[in-house]
Design a protein around this ligand. Structure first.
Ligand code: GLN
Length: 539
């Protein structure tokens, strides 16, 4: 098979949540810093066509790309680490694979053949893996296979990987297997047996890993590494430890120390053109670790049990905190527990309030209480998507005096639908992939706070919603002190609302958190953190 793109597969063993996405992102960062163009792809073994229909409680946040794909949150890590855009091609699910094979079968493309997992599903997986590399001509594609080796649903992916390795030739692909070496406190020992077993499972499926990355809480001795190498048929310098670190942004540095990039390049027959240059990354890390200030931001939402549900927002605060040399403590507040009576007690001490995105009625009153508290007490406020819609409804109720004002998502019969379903959404009945999704341009109002923050008038941001600000109320809002500071010029949709008399009050219909990266912190988050710091230091 002729190819100039090299393929790296990352699999996981022993347990889930070992951080395959972070290891893949860290390796990609190092290869990118060595001068290679790299992208990362995630294969997810579930039957949903995309995670857009998955509850954030189940699977964490749904990440949205520029081209409007609803994807796994690992793509957020890829973009934050690499400072590149990913696309729909970077996230493949079993649901999508089957959908495409079944569509072909219905069209008659298989010409009377029996359609089977092998070869039809595996062929489709291989096509998707290669497409991401060939379409945009990357030097290296890293494909992360979700789930744990040995799972029933991962099998077609492992088989596709086995075939592809055979077809590509050994110098064009590498398999990195991530496992866990647990420390048994009672025995005072690190145990390698789970790793040996998970490599055996891979071998049973016909795949010999080239590199093993071992998650561990204690340093692994040479002796342990050699033992793992001997029992798992890998070079002893290809047994790499990934020790627990305080922040995920330490991992590229650790992987560089362990020479993961050099070993990978060697196995792919690629020259190490230049030593991975990580100056800016280290500068960022230094700021994360040595903050000069500290602020607390309340993150108000209903998906508070699972920290991953607001992953991009919390990472955006790490980036924006570093840019301001400030530690941002994010205090998550369950909006279901928040009301006008306890809001002072729960939010009285914070330096900024963020009301997050979301769907449906549950916990909505707590969000209104948070908005009102921020508005009336001149506390920096950022509303994201539903958070902006809540800010609009709260303003309509308590400033314009429309006590029944609402979004038609919450109350179809409201007399004052200040937030209403978009015209383009009215006829849509299917839930999956049908929202207003992906990047849209937005024009900022001259002299608005947003324009000052972005330092430009034309911006583009990513969306994921069905409802919008109802423009029939625009004038009334403006007269009472809440203005549209950002508009989509083609559709007329309001994208940003501001209260100019307030210290810092911005609601955005889009999701700025999807675009914040280590090297490009998002201006709205840096501006918000700065305003919160200023308030803390002056009031
Ligand atoms: N539920 C709201 C809508 O669909 C907001 C969506 C969101 O916060 N992402 O418009």
């Amino acid at each position: 098979m002729e190819t100039s793109t090299k393929y790296i597969f990352v699999t996981g063993g022993v347990t889930s949540s070992l951080g395959k996405g972070i290891i893949a992102s860290s390796l990609a960062k190092l290869l990118q810093a060595s001068g290679y163009s790299v992208t990362i792809q995630k294969l997810d073994p579930y039957l949903n066509v995309d995670p857009g229909t998955l509850s954030p409680y189940e699977h964490g946040e749904c990440y949205v790309t520029e081209d409007g794909a609803e994807t796994d949150l690992d793509l957020g890590h890829y973009e934050r680490f690499l400072n590149i855009h990913t696309t729909q091609l970077n996230n493949v699910t079993t649901g999508r694979i089957y959908q495409s094979v079944i569509n072909k079968e219905r069209r008659g493309d298989y010409l009377g053949k029996t359609v089977q997992v092998v070869p039809h599903i595996t062929d489709e997986i291989k096509r998707c893996i290669q497409l991401v590399g060939t379409k945009h001509r990357f030097d290296v594609v890293i494909t992360e296979i979700g789930g744990t080796v040995g799972d029933i649903e991962s099998l077609p992916y492992i088989e596709a990987m086995r075939q592809l390795r055979y077809q590509l030739g050994s110098a064009n692909s590498v398999v990195i297997h991530l496992t866990l070496v647990p420390y048994l406190a009672a025995a005072g020992e690190l145990k390698t047996k789970p790793t040996q077993h998970s490599v055996k499972t891979l071998l049973e499926n016909g795949v010999q890993p080239d590199i093993l990355v071992l998650r561990t809480e204690k340093n692994l001795s040479m002796e342990i590494r050699k033992k793992v190498a001997l029992f798992c048929n890998v070079d002893s310098d290809a047994v790499i430890q990934s020790i627990d670190v305080p922040t995920i942004y330490d991992v590229p540095i650790k992987m560089s120390e362990e020479k993961l990039d050099q070993i990978t390049l060697r196995k792919l027959n690629l020259p190490q053109n230049k030593v991975a240059e990580l100056c800016k990354w280290k500068e960022f890390l230094n700021k994360v670790k040595n903050p000069k200030n500290e602020i607390t931001i309340a993150l108000v939402g209903k998906y508070t049990q699972l920290p991953d549900a607001y992953k991009s927002i919390s990472e955006s605060f790490v980036h924006a905190g570093a840019a301001n040399e400030c530690k941002v403590i994010v205090k998550t507040i369950n909006s279901e527990k928040l009301n006008d009576d306890n809001v002072n007690q729960l939010l009285g001490e914070v330096n900024g309030i963020l009301v997050a995105h979301g769907f449906g009625n549950r916990g909505i009153d707590g969000k209104f209480a948070a908005v009102r508290f921020a508005r009336e007490n001149n506390i920096p406020f950022l509303g994201i998507c539903l958070g902006m819609q809540c800010a609009v409804i709260e303003f309509a109720r308590n400033v314009l005096g429309y006590s029944d004002a609402n979004s038609t998502e919450m109350e179809t019969a409201t007399e004052h639908p200040v937030i209403d379903i978009m015209e383009s959404q009215k006829k849509i009945t299917e839930k999956g992939g049908t929202m207003r999704l992906g990047a849209y341009p937005c024009k900022l109002k001259k002299n608005s706070l947003s324009e000052k923050i972005y330092k430009q008038t034309k911006i583009s941001e990513r969306h994921r919603h069905r409802y919008e600000f109802n423009n029939t109320y625009l004038e009334q809002f403006a007269k009472a002190g809440m203005i549209a500071a950002g508009i989509n010029e083609t559709s007329g949709l309001v994208e940003i609302m501001e209260i100019p008399s307030h210290r810092w009050f911005i609601g955005v219909q889009f999701h700025p958190e999807y675009k914040s990266t280590v090297l490009n912190p998002h201006p709205l988050f840096t501006g918000f953190v700065k305003a919160a710091m200023e308030m803390k230091n002056t009031d």
